[in-house]
Design a protein around this ligand. Structure first.
Ligand code: HEM
Length: 316
């Protein structure tokens, strides 16, 4: 006689199999093929699922200085955070539009990711041997963090193109076509010699690789970037004050908080003890270029008061 426990298992099994049968039937498939697949498939393990063998084999230093590995891994970690940030922004800006609670929660996720990035940046400023860095960086020319395409995408997907134009040109550029605004974007100017118009090598390489792609993204996001999404769907929502606060936090964390800790790392490693500034691998006038109060990049200027805009990055 079958025990009550065994018959309960049989019942559950039959129920699950019938659900699977219905699933595959709806797709015009035979469940038997899928059951056979299960029979022969090897069990998933941690290393296969997370591709750790690949992940731990993509740190390829160019020199023998031990700290170059720290430099590489921390950049890779930051790129993975950028990936999570973009993943959330993509969901926030794609239809169907989420309810206001989900929108708020996801903006708070962005802030959580940035806080972690900021908090951990002392791995670069304090945790990297200065003398080693000063030497191994010479082998990295002309590569630069400036060429992080995900960083550029975060900007493009977060705000209107005009807010990414060099700040002095914004009043004149207002109302211009997206393609024209793209040509005057701040990071292009940052790596272009004033007067001669000569582009630095790292910008030339970056443009060759990503210009068409980024210009396309700028167009794609002109009406659906994070700011436009907020204006269209959430600016009148009951939770608008909380959402506004979360967006302000996001703006400040990315354009002042992160930029400031990054600038500190650059200042620590690219200024010699006697005060001489070392040239960067990306060729910008980095002391000015990386300073938030000079660059004045704000994703959501409309959410800040005139005084707050004037004092952008001044307290850091
Ligand atoms: C010792 C550590 C670091 C130093 C000395 C440093 C230095 C610099 C410098 C000088 C620039 C300006 C462009 C140039 O002229 O090359 C720059 C840009 C940049 N770096 Fe770093 N960096 C460091 C770490 C990092 C890390 C860990 C990341 C993470 C991905 C990163 C991402 C970026 C990005 C996204 C830019 C472009 C910023 C913008 O255009 O506003 N950097 N970096």
């Amino acid at each position: 006689m079958t025990s009550p426990a065994a018959s309960l298992i049989d019942e559950t099994l039959a129920h699950e199999v019938s659900k699977l049968q219905a699933k595959y039937a709806a797709e015009g498939q035979n469940i038997v093929c899928h059951l056979e697949k299960l029979l022969y498939e090897k069990n998933l393990d941690y290393a296969d699922y997370l591709c750790t063998d690949i992940l731990l084999n993509i740190q390829r230093p160019k020199t023998n200085f031990p700290d170059e590995i720290v430099f590489i891994i921390f950049h890779q970690i930051a790129e993975l955070y950028f990936r999570m940030i973009l993943w959330e922004i993509e969901q926030l800006t794609s239809p169907p539009q989420a309810g206001e609670a989900v929108f708020l929660e996801k903006v708070q996720r962005l802030n959580r990711y940035y806080k972690n990035l900021i908090h951990s940046f002392d791995i670069m400023s304090d945790g990297l041997d200065r003398a080693q860095f000063q030497t191994f960086r010479k082998a990295l020319f002309p590569a630069s963090g400036f060429q992080s395409v995900q960083y550029r995408l975060i900007e493009i997907c977060s705000t209107d193109a005009l807010n990414l134009v060099v700040c002095e040109h914004r009043p004149a550029a207002a109302g211009g076509k997206t393609a024209d605004l793209y040509r005057h974007i701040y990071w292009k100017s940052g790596a272009t010699e004033v007067g001669t118009g000569r582009k630095d090598l790292s910008l030339v390489h970056f443009e060759q690789r990503y210009d068409a792609y980024l210009a396309g993204k700028l167009k794609e996001y002109q009406h659906k970037n994070l700011w436009q999404t907020f204006v269209q769907f959430y600016s009148q929502a009951p939770a608008r004050e909380k959402i506004t606060e979360a967006l302000r936090t996001f703006d400040h964390l990315s354009n002042v908080g992160w930029s400031t800790v990054h600038l500190r790392a650059a200042a620590r490693h690219l200024v010699k003890p006697e005060g001489e500034t070392v040239a960067s691998t990306g060729g910008t006038n980095w002391r000015k270029y990386l300073t938030p109060r000079h660059q004045r990049i704000m994703f959501f200027p409309e959410l800040w008061t005139e005084a707050e805009r004037m004092n952008w990055g001044k307290t850091e």
